[in-house]
Design a protein around this ligand. Structure first.
Ligand code: AMP
Length: 216
């Protein structure tokens, strides 16, 4: 199964993608995570991406597309859920060509919808383990021991630099200006299943599973 998950920052794409990947035994490919891994390792790609990310802007297509191509080549045999790509119509077109070349078909585009007020609440309260990447929220998903990662025990739960208030506003502007039109692109291909992204993680996951059952 090859899926794409789409929605504004803070809609729950990363959380739901992880659940979907586990349930259906497919790979979770997140361009944001790939950039963050490169930043952590200090690669030239990470150095280039970091400035854009910290300002809430998109990383240029040449860099992003090359990185995505590598990740797809490594994972398209098993099936995948693509999270964070495409973020522009140009990227959607490039992805279409890449998938056609690889003889891979997209089965469904899950579109998560969430109100702006909730997005801001989710992003500003998000904390991430710097060691293993596990995601928490100060009220909705706090770690069992304050400041300690439940998964790996590290005490490095941080706020992503792009989850600071001023950058959240910029990321939302970027989403509405550059990314939102991508939904229509996939609607025209009759691939979109819209999911109400409000509610708990498990409630949203149930809605996604219902939608996927209908597409099969
Ligand atoms: P995310 O983790 O998906 O919220 O992505 C974090 C940041 O990584 C974004 O705000 C962008 O700066 C960058 N990024 C992730 N995916 C893309 C993409 N497809 N195109 C350009 N920039 C991206």
């Amino acid at each position: 199964m090859n899926l794409l998950i789409f929605g504004p920052p803070g809609a729950g794409k990363g959380t739901q993608s992880a659940l979907i990947a586990k349930q259906f035994n497919i790979k979770h490919i997140s361009t944001g995570d790939l950039f963050r891994e490169n930043i952590k390792k200090g690669t030239p790609l990470g150095v280039e991406a970091q400035g854009y990310m910290n300002r809430g802007a998109l990383v240029p297509d040449d860099v992003t597309v090359k990185m995505l191509e590598g990740a797809l080549a490594a994972n398209d045999k098993q099936g995948f859920i693509l999270d964070g790509f495409p973020r522009t119509i140009d990227q959607a077109k490039v992805l279409g060509a890449m998938l056609t070349n690889r003889k891979v078909k997209l089965d469904c585009v899950l579109v998560l919808t969430v109100e702006t007020k909730m997005i801001v609440e989710r992003l500003s309260g998000r904390r991430v383990c710097q060691k293993c990447g596990e995601v928490f929220h100060i009220t909705a998903r706090p770690p069992s021991k304050p400041g300690i990662c439940d998964k790996c025990g590290s005490d490095q739960l941080i706020q992503r630099p792009d989850d600071k208030a001023e950058v959240i506003t910029k990321r939302l502007d970027t989403f509405w200006a550059q990314t939102a039109p991508v939904k229509k692109f996939y609607e025209e291909m009759d691939l979109v299943r819209e999911i109400d992204g409000t509610g708990s993680e498990s409630q949203v996951f149930m809605k996604i599973q219902d939608a996927l059952r209908e597409t099969q």
